[in-house]
Write a protein that binds this ligand. Structure first.
Ligand SMILES: [Mg+2]
Length: 262
């Protein structure tokens, strides 16, 4: 744990931390501006692999913070980097959106279609899921193809109720094939941390991760050497924190408390 005054890079989760759906939380965008003006690096780190970094850039700007593309990190970006480094040239079947497939192809990944053979199945947050895609993925996984997931979140909060997310799809695959991913890229796991440190050119002791979810955000910080800041503006309350056995370095009602540590 570091004193927050010594932190140079602030990484933020989004939903429940800075915003609820399209609505920024009170003061959150102003807090980001204050941190930036104080010389801190601010980045947005989302496990949501259904959208591209450009979608997130637009969203952050729309909410009132003038971000740059160099401040956006998604689990899809980290997955592309991981695949390129560890499985160069392999055929990847993606249980994910067209946007994600496009981003992966743009990064040089050999993305194959439904019905084609593949070496790897990448399970992502697929808001364009079809039964044909799901069945093809479970067949490949059952055959023993390398099984990777972009992130483990069970649900994605939305204005219209919780959406079944990648973790829920992993449970469905597990019930069908008996298998779980060999590698999970996103928060709280190491591939995302390695990608983030490389992306921001920083060592973990200089980084604070600010988020509202215990099993992804806070575990991500604590398991990978960062300072962990839990905010109670999203899905976690004090009772859940007590029962979790996790010890975040800081617990705040919302991100606006960060203004006291400049
Ligand atoms: Mg969140």
């Amino acid at each position: 744990m570091k004193n927050l005054k010594d932190i140079s890079v602030y990484l933020f989760d989004m939903d429940g931390t800075l915003n609820m759906g399209e609505r920024p939380l009170d003061g959150a965008m102003e807090t980001l501006k204050i941190l930036t003006e104080a010389g801190k690096t601010v980045c947005f780190v989302t496990n949501n692999s259904s959208k591209s970094k450009y979608d997130y850039l637009k969203k952050v700007c729309r909410m009132g913070y003038k971000a740059d593309i160099k401040q956006i990190i998604t689990s899809g970006m980290a997955a592309a980097s991981y695949l390129n480094r560890h499985f160069p040239g392999r055929r990847v079947f993606v249980l994910g959106t067209e946007t994600l497939c496009f981003e992966l192809k743009e990064s040089g990944i050999n993305v194959v279609k439904t019905g084609e053979d593949a070496d790897i199945v990448l399970l992502a947050f697929d808001t364009e899921l079809t039964y044909a895609k799901l069945w093809h993925a479970t067949n490949l996984i059952a055959e023993g193809k390398t099984y990777i997931a972009t992130h483990p979140d069970f649900v994605c909060p939305s204005d219209n109720g919780n959406m079944p997310d990648a973790g829920a799809m992993m449970a469905l695959v597990e019930k069908t094939t008996g298998k779980n991913p060999e590698i999970i890229i996103g928060k709280p796991y190491a591939p995302m941390a390695e990608y983030v440190f490389d992306f921001c050119k920083v060592t973990p002791d200089k980084v604070a991760f600010v988020g509202d979810r215990l099993y992804t955000d806070i575990k991500f910080a604590l398991n990978n050497g960062m300072t962990g800041v839990l905010v109670l503006s999203g899905e976690t309350d004090i009772q859940m924190l007590k029962e979790s056995g996790l010890n975040p370095d800081y617990v705040f009602d919302d991100v606006n408390s960060l203004r006291n540590y400049l």
